[in-house]
Design a protein around this ligand. Sequence first.
Ligand code: G
Ligand code: G
Ligand code: MN
Length: 281
Amino acid sequence: GCELFMASISRSAARKLSLEADLNRALDRGELRLHYQPRLATQDLQVETVEALLRWQHPQRGMVPPDEFIPLAEQSGLIVGIGDWVLAEACAQAARWRAARVGWKVAVNVSGVQFRDGTLATRVSRALAAAGIEASSLELEFTEGALIENSSRVTQAVSALKELGVNIALDDFGTGYSSLSYLRRFPIDTLKIDRMFVRDINATSGGQAPLVDAIMAMARSLSLTTVAEGVETDLQWHFLRARGASQVQGFLFSRPLPAEELALWHSQWIHADAGRITGAA
Ligand code: G
Ligand code: G
Ligand code: MN
């Protein structure tokens, strides 16, 4: 017999295995955190919604990026427990913001794996009740990948969430299978335009982005709220405002931050930066 060995493959497989073992304990050990990134109304650049983004502070490896550990959590099924924690934590944060008279809604990313057992709506309504917030304060972001399984279970789960009064957003729109039938099959409120398209605005000499135009026109005719992701430059922001995007999100405004830092960012924002950016238009 003959065996082929590649050190690089074996190293990445070993890292994966060890990360997976550690991820098992990360929740109990309090190593998971949520950072929050604002989504601002295009009209006045006030914060409308804040997206919760998971972070893992590994005791030896430092910050492990979600792109690396979320797929592991999905494969192992750990994402269900982690997802419950994210929901509980994000709802508790929304309750704190409400108590502080900050009316921000919170958006939570949901993995397709969290649909599998058909209990998502129950879990979500439990998280809302535990935090004492209204369903309308919560938005759930699904990727096309999460919805691709064409089963009545997925359709029912999304409808049940909608009936609770939760807002439904389609995340990373245009990057996956981009089947327009999702827009018919699911009661979607919000389209999040992937940052790949937003990047096109800067990539072309005239600052053109025909796909952004097309997505915006479609969203308008379906009365969907639009959120442009990955806004990094003034040019992108001006373009998106001219095209009537409902909300903007990206490093131009703020990176994802821990809740306390977001509060500091916000006090600066309302006093100076929002005026500077809108004024520059
Ligand atoms: O900051 P960013 O690196 O946070 O996130 C990378 C990816 O991880 C994004 O596609 C985002 O949707 C996903 N992600 C971040 N937080 C969560 C979460 O709580 N649950 C799920 N399922 N995905 C998340
Ligand atoms: O897939 P999802 O939209 O949930 O992912 C959000 C991801 O996008 C997070 O990783 C977040 O850190 C990242 N992100 C947010 N704003 C920007 C931005 O302006 N530029 C880039 N490159 N990434 C961003
Ligand atoms: Mn998202």
